[in-house]
Design a protein around this ligand. Structure first.
Ligand code: AHG
Ligand code: MN
Ligand code: MN
Length: 348
């Protein structure tokens, strides 16, 4: 049986939180936007769309032309949908409030229009990540920040599209994770990966090891365990530099992706609301887990739109082993702190 994304979201309606017809219509916005984006990605290098602009975004990063195109395309496609009350993006400093006061506007959508910008000019996989919340109850409907500063556990839908050797859309409304491949000959996303489950144990770890000297010690210990065979097999390394693509491989093949705090990014580099949250939601739905090293990603109460976070996501086995390393490191720290305290009390 051939099932398109449109058909699938209709089938999923019993699991949709909030008003199902509106959410279906909202989700279909990602179809149109991602087809437009992928058609430009596929022509990158042929048309004048590659390369950097003179602007930097709110994170101080140089914007690529495709970043801006993808952002404008997503905003245009979602703006048209009456159920969207707030749009927030990596590329916009502030969330955009639409339809002030309208009771039809029930959802906030938050996205990273293009993840993996450094890979645009070299024809390596990039992607779009998105996260959807309902308008929070008792919130000031005119304050768009209140719509988006919700913990990831409140997401009603999340997903991504990767522009790789094929264009693949992966999403969840809290009823498993499903993947669709764009058939370019008919312009339709076809269900190719139904109810994806992450392998309990995989064979790859994914981290930018060039920062190893700046990682917290237990990350180094953990990576050494993965490499040495101490966890039952010798893991191999893969790092694309587009988190969404590294996660897609981790989702299908298993293993773990880590982006810890580094010297340049003491809170971690990835952004909680539009990178870590949607990926964590999908990982949990597929039987995996995601943490910032101390807490479940989906439990974090955000304080600002562009907040960064350490991010570790992977299959069940790798995540349990990682949690064990992190816990032992915390316990060691506590013992050292207590020893220091008693020394101070004794001498002082
Ligand atoms: P973006 O292109 O949206 O700014 O995100 C890039 C992120 C992420 O995709 C990737 O894992 C990470 O940056 C790579 O950073 P390093 O070059 O520091 O490894
Ligand atoms: Mn990104
Ligand atoms: Mn981006």
């Amino acid at each position: 049986m051939v099932i398109s994304f449109q058909q699938h979201i209709v089938q999923e309606q019993n699991h949709l939180l909030g008003s199902s017809v509106e959410l279906q219509w909202l989700l279909s916005g990602i179809i149109l936007a991602s087809k437009l984006i992928q058609s430009q990605v596929r022509r990158a290098g042929l048309v004048d769309i590659l390369g950097a602009l003179e602007n930097t975004n709110v994170q101080g990063e140089i914007q690529q032309k495709l970043d801006v195109y993808a952002n404008e395309t997503l905003i245009t496609c979602f703006r048209q949908r009456a159920s969207v009350g707030v749009i927030a993006s990596e590329e916009n400093e502030h969330p955009i409030l639409l339809r002030r006061g309208s009771s039809d506007a029930q959802y906030a959508i938050i996205f990273d229009p293009l993840d993996g910008s450094s890979n645009i000019d070299v024809a390596v996989t990039i992607g779009t990540t998105f996260s959807i919340f309902c308008r929070p109850e008792n919130a000031d409907a005119d304050d768009p920040l209140q719509w988006v500063l919700q913990p990831g556990s409140k997401q009603v839908a999340a997903g991504y599209v990767i522009y790789g050797s094929s264009t693949v859309l992966v999403y969840s409304v809290g009823n498993g994770v499903h993947g669709f491949t764009l058939d370019p000959s008919i312009g339709t996303y076809i269900l190719t990966h139904e109810n994806i489950r992450m392998p309990e144990q995989g064979g790859y770890y994914s981290i930018n090891e060039s920062y190893v000297a700046k990682f917290p010690g237990h990350y180094v210990e953990y990576i050494n365990k993965l490499k040495s065979g101490a966890l039952g097999k010798s893991y191999s390394s893969r790092f694309i530099g587009s988190m969404v693509a590294d996660f897609h491989r981790t989702l299908l093949r298993g293993g773990i992706f880590l982006y810890p705090a580094t010297g340049d990014f003491p809170e971690g580099r990835l952004r909680l609301l539009y990178e870590a949250n949607p990926i964590a939601f999908l990982a949990e739905q597929a039987g995996g887990a995601a943490t910032n090293g101390e807490r479940r990603i989906l439990d974090i109460e955000p304080t600002h739109l562009h907040q960064r976070s350490s991010f570790v996501v992977g299959g069940k086995f790798e995540m349990e082993e990682f949690e064990r390393c992190a816990r032992e490191a915390r316990e060691k720290d506590d013992i050292l702190t207590n020893q220091k305290r008693s020394r101070v009390e004794y001498t002082g």
